[in-house]
Design a protein around this ligand. Structure first.
Ligand SMILES: Cc1cc2nc3c(=O)[nH]c(=O)nc-3n(C[C@H](O)[C@H](O)[C@H](O)COP(=O)(O)OP(=O)(O)OC[C@H]3O[C@@H](n4cnc5c(N)ncnc54)[C@H](O)[C@@H]3O)c2cc1C
Length: 388
């Protein structure tokens, strides 16, 4: 008996398919879109079409709703490959928010199924200008009025490859009494872009994932029917929390992919670039860097797979997901930085993918919960049993 981290035959085939897809449909476009700062809509749709043809689109969603039905460990292996490029491109391969599986009745026809078919795109709208890490601090309100809710407030940093067709909106719908005092009651809603009183604007450009858009949303007396509640009224925080926990593992997997690509570029360079009459990999100052990078990557990979497996078995804690995200995102930052160091000046040039990987790795320590918040989660889980 022991842990077996080797992929099954199906998982190996999946990884090979995604690798081929990345080489044929994604990598060739990186330089042009990074330089232009934009993914042309036609190119995005072409990637989406090919992903649909090859069964990679919405591979994370259950087969009963038309998705690829991947088990969670396989989805993690797929995300590791996707992490080798930038979200402006890979976002078109389509990994819908799993929170949409909470859709019921006609919500499935209007939101879930079209998203899985690639006909509609969603945004996950939690963060606000005054509430980032402190998600319970959100101020957007949805007030019940007859059968409807009337929404007022604003969101920012809501990302999507293109303007979303609807958002999964988190809003305050009241207050709950808890043993630890009052807590905001938060509810998730499905809100169509184009609804009266709902405005969507492009946000500022980010240095990471430069071609991936983020949007600012504002709601002014925006009226939506009560049937647009996603999941249970008052359970928005729980829905968001579950989604964030599994997303953190996928972020960790993305980071491992990014680091692997950077390590490959750096290793090839060190083996061929000559200075002082020999290849630079012969200098211990370079080979030790490679050794540390490879060791950190291996540790992050094993932790990520271990946590993904725990998630699949229903045994994962919030602290597990936080550890994987924390370690892998900090590892990716170090590995992409050291890879640039090994290439010297060429590492910074946009002829090579390293500067993109390095810039993209930066956000992984921020979105889906900053490194400080991950440490909070881990620390809280460690201390809780001792505090009575
Ligand atoms: C490009 C981009 C895309 C995004 N996409 C989405 C999206 O689609 N949907 C969505 O809802 N959100 C999205 N986000 C938001 C993202 O999740 C937040 O940026 C992140 O949670 C951090 O919040 P903040 O930026 O407001 O930073 P803040 O919360 O203001 O934090 C600022 C600093 O203070 C630190 N800090 C805060 N509280 C503590 C504490 N208790 N202890 C120690 N340190 C603390 C943080 O770690 C950080 O270093 C996106 C962000 C970006 C940049």
């Amino acid at each position: 008996m022991g842990f077996d981290f080797s992929p099954s035959t199906e998982q190996q085939l999946l990884v090979e398919t995604v690798r081929r897809f990345m080489s044929q449909e994604i990598f060739p476009h990186e330089r042009e879109v990074e330089r232009a700062g934009e993914v042309p809509l036609d190119l995005g749709k072409q990637i989406q079409r090919r992903a649909l043809e090859q069964g990679l689109y919405a591979a994370n969603m259950p087969s009963e709703v038309g998705g690829g039905g991947l088990d969670f460990v396989s989805a993690t292996l797929m995300d590791r490959e996707l992490g080798k490029s930038t979200w402006g491109l890979i976002g078109w391969i389509g990994r819908p928010s799993e929170i949409l599986n909470a859709c019921r009745d006609d919500q499935r026809e209007v939101y879930l199924f079209p998203v899985v078919r690639g006909e509609r795109k969603e945004g996950f709208a939690l963060t606000e200008p005054n509430a980032g890490s402190d998600a319970m601090g959100i101020q957007t309100r949805a007030v019940r009025d007859g059968d409807d809710y009337v929404i007022n407030g604003s969101k920012h940093f809501i990302s999507c490859v293109t303007k979303p067709d609807f958002v999964i909106l988190f809003a305050v719908t009241g207050t709950d009494e808890t043993p630890r005092g009052q807590r905001k009651r938060m509810t998730a809603f499905l809100v169509d872009v184009g609804s009266k009183g709902f405005e969507v604007r492009r946000g500022p450009r980010s240095v990471s994932h430069r071609t991936y858009h983020n949007y600012q949303l504002s709601f002014t007396d925006c009226r939506i029917p009560g049937r647009n509640i996603l999941g249970e009224e008052g359970k928005g925080f729980e829905h968001a929390g579950q989604w964030l926990a599994n997303t953190r593992i996928l972020v960790a997997a993305n980071c491992c992919g990014k680091a692997e690509r950077a390590l490959e570029v750096a290793t090839n360079w060190a083996a061929t670039r000559r200075q002082f009459g020999q290849t630079i990999g012969r200098f211990q100052g370079v080979s030790f860097k490679l050794a540390d990078m490879a060791t950190e990557l291996k540790a992050a990979d094993l932790l990520t797979l271990y946590v993904a497996d725990k998630y699949a078995r229903g045994a994962m804690t919030d602290g597990d997901a936080a550890m994987a995200k924390l370690f892998a995102s900090e590892m990716a930052a170090r590995v992409t930085d050291q890879a640039i160091q090994i290439l010297g000046g060429m590492g910074l040039m946009d002829e090579m993918p390293l500067e993109m990987l390095w810039r993209d790795a930066r956000i992984e320590r921020i979105w889906d919960g900053t490194s400080e918040i991950q440490r909070h989660i881990i620390g809280r889980e460690l201390l809780r049993p001792h505090e009575g």
